[in-house]
Design a protein around this ligand. Structure first.
Ligand SMILES: Cc1cc2nc3c(=O)[nH]c(=O)nc-3n(C[C@H](O)[C@H](O)[C@H](O)COP(=O)(O)O)c2cc1C
Length: 216
């Protein structure tokens, strides 16, 4: 094999591997914690132990946020016109069986694809007004929006719909976290451009919410 071809293969191989979506553990569809208990116990938690969360935990929380639950692509959270403007990212730093990095969640197929290698939680904290929870959590979920998916149908009122929808997804994360005995906090105070840069969002994705996830 020509050295130039070998070099090209070596350089391209990691890129090809990164673009392969990774199947997440199948989410549980039943549990021991009642909805009443989860609603009553829900509290924002900003400090976590250093224990890792499992990949099954992360899978479950991502499913609760935006998982597909019915034929036709209908999801766990309601969506105006079923247009699904939310994108879900994960900053993983201390998740069992998942290398540190930034990942994108794909509801159809329940998979993760890697966006960037390495622990980006410290960089996230710097653009999140130095809120420790974004660095200390085992993982941080980012809800981002592609407004055009909803405003194309509903005009400027679609912006309101997208924000309401982010609230639905975030509450699902809170309640699922309770059921898994994890903690989270909805974070809206951050530098938008900074989060976009750190998460490597595309120009049409706007960050709305950060949801750190860690053990109590
Ligand atoms: C839109 C929104 C933005 C918030 N932003 C932050 C934040 O940036 N940092 C934080 O620590 N908590 C944030 N919170 C969480 C609130 O501080 C928390 O919900 C409130 O103190 C009530 O406590 P509880 O969630 O335990 O009931 C936010 C909550 C909402 C709904």
């Amino acid at each position: 094999m020509k050295p130039s071809l070998l070099l090209a293969l070596v350089l391209l191989r990691p890129l090809a591997l990164e673009s392969i979506p990774m199947k997440l553990p199948t989410p549980r569809l039943d549990g021991q914690v009642s909805i009443e208990t989860a609603v009553r116990a829900r509290r924002s938690l900003r400090e976590y132990t250093e224990a890792p969360i499992t990949l099954a935990d992360l899978s479950q929380v991502l499913w609760a946020a935006q998982g597909v639950t019915a034929a036709g692509g209908f999801r766990t959270a309601p969506s105006a016109g079923a247009l699904y403007p939310l994108e879900v990212y994960v900053f993983a730093g201390n998740v069992g069986d998942l290398p540190a990095g930034i990942y994108k969640y794909h509801p159809c197929g329940h998979t993760l694809s890697r966006v960037a290698v390495g622990d980006a939680r410290r960089a996230l904290r710097q653009v999140a007004l130095d809120q420790f929870s974004t660095n200390d959590a085992a993982a941080v979920i980012l809800l981002a929006a592609v407004y055009e998916r909803t405003t194309a149908k509903y005009g400027s009122r679609g912006i309101r719909y997208v924000h309401l929808e982010a609230g639905h997804a975030a509450q699902n994360v809170y309640l699922q976290a309770v059921a898994l005995r994890l903690g989270t906090v909805a974070i809206g105070a951050f530098d938008d451009e900074g989060v976009k840069r750190v998460a490597q969002l595309s120009a049409h994705e706007q960050p709305l919410y950060l949801l750190p996830l860690g053990r109590k």
